[in-house]
Ligand binder design. Structure first.
Ligand code: HEM
Length: 478
């Protein structure tokens, strides 16, 4: 047979196959293969995976979708809590994801295991800021360069600047007493104060929220940007579909994130022109000067680059719960703050960790893949706290036997280990100063329309509605 004849025969047999039963076979084989793949995957995840021994809903064991949907609906904190209540302190959230709720798990996971890079995307300039840096050596360098801005000494120097804003807050609230004291959105006023302080410490200029008694438009962009992070994090969980899912994230949200970054960068450049004299974050970070050299930087490099400062400012200004203070030794005040952090942790979700290739020990289990501890769910879990939904500061004072078995060391609202909150001393100081100042001058009473204020959605940060209160001058001031 000549080669031409053989080729003709091949074509004929292909055509016969295609026009005969072949195309039908292809139509069947494709879906069959996909179904078989899903089935094998499901069987593996349900019965053979090293995580099969952990309890949880079957749907979560075979797919990441339930977890991602829960985050996108803003219910992640409640859904994980419900799973802990049903299945216990260690629960399976996804095919390769576990959630733990015990104090030991917080130490093992947040204390020792690195962040999961799929949840940590860099800002628009592509330079990871400290919060999303997953290379341990680069993270250690950034931490070393930022530490002086958050030292006790820096805090002492920053105090005057902060107190100026807190005094202005008290003056402005006093101004309401004349007419609008009956209905004040105290959550808004806390935002005005904390954003003005952050702006001043980061960019060398306040946002003027307290001065204007209004949220600067930029602050709205920050809230939207944080929301975008929840969407981007969820899209990152489906690597094969990330490009497609990224396209489904509302364009306006992504544009807001880019606008926010652009404004941050401009304000950083303006701040850099002021030099290193003011007692703020930048003076501390510019201790060794400014490098204009493009990265990457070695772990030993002691100078920050302009691009790194742009990213760092972006990280700071995303933290809407920033707060300060002075009154450090009031025991009951501390108990009130701890109980508030327990019921309403500013960082409610989890910072997922990726177990290194050799595995890692968590609460005595030797684990392969993704693990996380969820703040809200662990702090509300009845296995950790008695009357978990009630606000009882006395549980932290050690004098009430009803709470003797509370697992109090699970409360780590600033996280722990090498990735804990670098700003926690500043935040604690700020919280105390604001609380003391406001409560010293005013009686604050919750208005009935805000009685369910705490029932909020959470997209990385809480989606807070106004918190309506009535304020009155304190009796001793009248
Ligand atoms: C009530 C106030 C605050 C709370 C509850 C809080 C909570 C946290 C938590 C839980 C983390 C760890 C996040 C993770 O593991 O992914 C964190 C990290 C961080 N926080 Fe805060 N924070 C607060 C205020 C602040 C302030 C005032 C600043 C500074 C201006 C700040 C700057 C940072 C930075 C830069 C990181 C990343 C640290 C690293 O990765 O090494 N935070 N914070």
């Amino acid at each position: 047979m000549t080669s031409a004849t053989k080729m003709e025969l091949d074509l004929i047999s292909f055509e016969t196959l295609w026009h005969g039963t072949g195309w039908k076979a292809v139509l069947w084989v494709g879906p069959l293969l996909i179904t078989a793949w899903f089935l094998c995957n499901a069987i593996y995840n349900l019965y053979l995976s090293p995580l099969a021994a952990f309890p949880g809903p079957a749907l979560n064991a075979i797919s990441r979708i339930p977890s991602a949907v829960s985050v996108l609906r803003g219910h992640g904190h409640l859904d994980v809590l419900a799973l802990h209540e049903k299945y216990g302190p260690a629960v399976r959230l996804g095919p390769s994801e576990l959630a733990f709720a015990s104090p030991q798990a917080f130490r093992d996971i947040n204390g020792h295991i690195n962040k999961d890079p799929s949840f940590a995307r860099p800002p628009p300039n592509g330079v990871p800021h400290i919060g999303v840096e997953t290379d341990p050596a680069s993270h250690a360098r950034k931490r070393r360069l930022l530490n002086p801005a958050f030292s006790k000494r820096a805090l002492r120097e920053q105090e005057g600047l902060v107190r100026g804003h807190v005094d202005l807050l008290a003056t402005k609230l006093r101004g309401r007493l004349a007419g609008e004291a009956d209905r004040v959105d105290i959550s808004g006023w806390m935002n005005y104060a904390t954003f003005d302080i952050t702006g001043d410490l980061t960019f060398g200029e306040s946002f003027g929220c307290l001065r204007d008694s209004a949220l600067h438009p930029w602050v709205g962009i920050i809230f939207e940007t944080v929301k975008a992070l929840a969407f981007v994090g969820a899209a990152g969980q489906f690597p094969a579909l990330t490009g497609l899912l990224d396209r489904l994230i509302p364009r306006s949200l992504l544009q807001k994130a880019r606008d926010h970054f652009g404004l941050c960068a401009k304000m950083v450049d303006r701040r850099l022109e002021m030099g290193a004299e003011r007692p703020d974050f930048f003076s501390a970070m510019l201790k060794n000067g400014l490098s204009e050299k493009p990265g990457p930087y070695t772990a030993k490099e002691n100078t920050m680059s302009r691009a790194e400062l742009h990213s760092t400012a972006f990280a700071f200004s995303s933290d809407e719960d920033i707060t300060f203070a002075k009154a450090a030794s009031l025991r009951y005040l501390t108990a009130v703050i701890q109980e508030t952090f327990r019921l309403y942790p500013p960082f409610a979700g989890a910072s997922p960790r990726l177990v290194p290739p050799g595995g890692a020990a968590v609460e005595g289990h030797w684990l392969p893949p993704g693990v996380a501890v969820h703040h809200y769910a662990s702090y509300h879990y009845s296995g950790n706290f008695t009357f978990p939904e009630s606000f009882i500061p006395e549980r932290w004072l050690g004098s009430d036997s009803r709470f003797a078995s509370d697992k109090k060391d699970v409360l780590t609202p600033f996280s722990l280990g090498p990735r804990n909150c670098i700003g926690q001393t500043l935040a604690n100081a700020e919280i105390r100063l604001i609380l003391c100042k406001v409560l010293f001058h005013f009686d604050v009473e919750l208005r009935p329309e805000s009685s369910r204020w705490i029932d909020q959605n959470c997209y990385v940060l809480w989606d807070k509605p106004p918190l309506w209160v009535r304020i009155k001058e304190r009796e001793w001031e009248r």
